[in-house]
Design a binder for this molecule. Sequence first.
Ligand SMILES: *Cc1c(COP(=O)(O)O)cnc(C)c1O
Length: 343
Amino acid sequence: MYFASDNSGPVCPEILHALTRANHAFAPSYGADDITQQAQTRVREKFEAPDAAIYLVATGSAANVLALSALSEPWETIFCTADSHIHQDECNAIEFFGGNKLTLVQGDDKINPEALHEEILRQEQRGVHGPQRGPVSITQITEKGSLYSLDELHSLTHVAHEFNLPVHMDGARFANALVALGCSPADMTWKAGIDVVSFGGTKNGCLQLEAVIFFDPGKAREFELRRKRGAHLLSKHRFIAAQMVEYLREDLWLRCARNANARARQLAEGLQQANFTLLAMPRANMVFAKMSRATYQRLKEAGVTFYLWNSMEEGPAEETITARFVCDWFITPEQIDEFLQLI
Ligand SMILES: *Cc1c(COP(=O)(O)O)cnc(C)c1O
């Protein structure tokens, strides 16, 4: 029973087969091959974005920080939340790649447009002495499992664009958000005012696949230079591209995400029936439940693997802590039932 993260599961067999199929001959390196072209064409089609510039990288952190550094100057600050992956989980990579400072917008979880507006205004007060305004980065779904509605995306990008600031979406769980909203990739991105996306595949069944999509290709050349200088240009590029071609073929990505989301709902309903308090009913593939530290310890001893959310491992047993359960493409209804039996 493994709920630690959606990168703990295996790789989809379809993806591995695609890699084997690509493994047959010589091909140009560094992305000059046919499969890379096919991958880019497929992304452009799925996103209804014929002019988009698309780059593949191996980690989500690379996608985020290369994208954000291309969107900003070093003296600009990037607006994000206190829980954001770029702030909490990338070892200050944005400070390394872009030199930027992060400005944390107040609020719990999702960014609220008024709070963003206020924070952007605040950044101007110190003139040349203070950080200059830069891109806004949001995560869809958020690190806490919530989903921005299309209206919420529109309101946020409207605020950013009023100040001429670009908006980046960290889509490590892009497909989970997409199937939850039931809209098109274009609806959730450029039609909602998103300028650049980190489009994740690794957490949804790929081996290692993340794409950066620039809907306006103006920064494309600069991005390529940053990617190479940052040591993230893969030489045997066709093997990352083959994953993207397969991921988007016959809706593999949507099928994987639907399973993950459905399992999270099944898990949440079972936890509720067992009288656990949830932070929210899950919209996608992550469930956050409150429990005592004693319950946490018992579950761990019974062989369940999962993490705590903003809580310490050690502390008084009766104290309430929050546990995070993540479901992926691979987990089955029977495995969830087995866990619920244990509970
Ligand atoms: C997993 C994740 C990433 C990417 O992480 P890497 O370990 O660098 O691949 C980015 N953003 C969010 C919100 C994530 O959950």
